[in-house]
Design a protein around this ligand. Structure first.
Ligand code: HSE
Length: 428
């Protein structure tokens, strides 16, 4: 059987795992899928140790050489970033080669142009691995739920952030230590600020919302807040309310437009979201007929992501072998209207985590600001026996819109006794 020849650009955790899974599973893939995959060329700017080069493959340091190579049928882009990767994917498609990518950043920023190019050449871009790693959520939205009108897609979309939050919760460790561990485990992006500042979740949410609601959405329109500001004391304070913290990407299609955001939420410890632990992701998809479905699994890591890259390669490889190579659905990217964003999000409940220097009247001053915005306090708690230099106060308020609570929080942040900005959590 003539093999389908693969060129891999980027040889970090995902690139290495992709090559290794192909070599481990080559016979299994042939039995299950009737095609044979073979890695012929790999490329990495910073070089590769000779022992890491797959048997029978050769190494090149310039991706242009890989894209032009006559013995590469499908190009895998797992280098990350949006500059070189954009040029690379363009060049591959222009050269008539299908692409498989795990790069959500690239698709969230340049998906319109790339899917249009792919459509014009009738070539597929496989991007299942770009969102939620092992969870086949792209297929679910593109293929399995198209009979319904989807009303929401939301959930935990970043494994690194979830790993950090659950480690802080379980072991009481500080943020920096948990982040270092996530990096050592190979979950974090090369630039971990993408994970902890919510950017990676924003990009994934953007892709999912576009596909689910069939409209174009610029990433700059997604309010994004990450978890960098969360301290072990905040996690303890939230735990005392029988709740915990999760970083949630959420897009809801309401009558007045799409409500979309990435931010940390306070969720009940008994909720499904709280039960998603470690590096796992969970994506919820709601539709008028299907109700709410939850898709759960590993959200990061070389093997989990590499296995999904290989599945995309198999699907495209099958079409290639049968001479049926074709562009895939690009709903939300090509020929789609601009998505209407809701300007007045519905009221929801909020948690405010305050860290203050102890002095008389602290609570009264904060309560006064909240009352002035006509916001109703729901609960107020203070961690006992803390240092007077840094007291931790936890406040929950009744449902108000995001712009209103943000204005009140801005004013509270200006109070001189605050030792760091208020931690604002949306309550599930
Ligand atoms: N760094 C990402 C995460 C993995 O932690 O979820 C790939 O998206």
């Amino acid at each position: 059987m003539k093999p389908v020849r693969i060129g891999i650009v980027g040889f970090g955790a995902v690139g290495r795992a992709t090559a290794s899974i192909i070599s481990q599973h080559v016979d299994l893939i042939e039995r299950r899928s009737r095609i044979r995959l073979e890695v012929t060329v790999i490329c990495r700017r910073s070089g590769v140790r000779p022992q890491d080069i797959p048997d029978g493959a050769r190494f090149v340091s310039d991706w242009r050489e890989l894209v032009a190579a006559p013995d590469v049928d499908i190009v895998v882009e797992v280098m990350g970033g949006t500059d070189q990767s954009l040029q690379l994917v363009r060049a591959a498609l222009e050269g008539g080669k299908p692409v498989v990518t795990a790069n959500k950043n690239l698709l969230a920023e340049h998906g319109d142009a790339l899917f249009a190019l792919a459509a014009s050449r009738n070539l597929p871009i496989g991007f299942e691995a770009s969102v939620a790693s092992s969870i086949p959520i792209v297929r679910v939205i593109h293929e399995s739920t198209t009979g319904d009108r989807l009303s929401a897609v939301y959930g935990i979309m970043n494994g690194t952030a979830n790993y950090i939050l659950t480690q802080m919760e379980d072991r009481g460790i500080e943020f920096d230590k948990a982040l270092k561990e996530a990096q050592e485990e190979g979950y974090a992006e090369a630039d971990p600020s993408l994970d902890i500042d919510g950017v990676d979740s924003r990009d994934k949410l953007c892709i999912l919302a576009r596909m689910a609601f069939g409209g174009r959405l610029n990433i700059s329109r997604i309010p994004t807040c990450g978890i960098r500001q969360i301290r072990a004391a905040d996690v303890r304070a939230v735990n005392r309310l029988d709740s915990t913290i999760r970083l949630i990407g959420s897009a809801e299609n309401t009558e007045s437009g799409v409500e979309v955001s990435v931010r940390p939420w306070m969720v009940s410890r008994h909720s499904m979201l709280a039960r998603v632990r470690g590096v796992n992701n969970a994506i919820f998809v709601s539709g008028s007929k299907i109700g709410t479905q939850m898709f759960y699994g590993r959200g990061a890591g070389g093997d989990a992501t590499g296995a999904v890259v290989v599945s995309d390669l198999i699907e495209i490889g099958r079409d290639l072998v049968q001479g049926h190579l074709r562009a895939r659905s690009a709903v939300g990217f090509v020929d789609s209207p601009e998505m209407k964003i809701c300007e007045n999000p519905r009221p929801v409940r909020w948690y405010l985590g305050l860290n203050v220097k102890d002095q008389r009247g602290v609570v009264a001053r904060v309560a006064e600001v909240i009352a002035r915005y006509d916001i109703h306090l729901e609960s107020l708690g203070q961690e006992p026996r803390m240092s007077k230099d840094e007291l931790s106060l936890g406040i929950t308020v009744e449902a108000v819109s995001e712009p209103l609570i943000c204005r009140a929080v801005d004013e509270i942040n200006a109070l001189q006794f605050l030792t760091r900005p208020v931690l604002l959590l949306r309550i599930e």
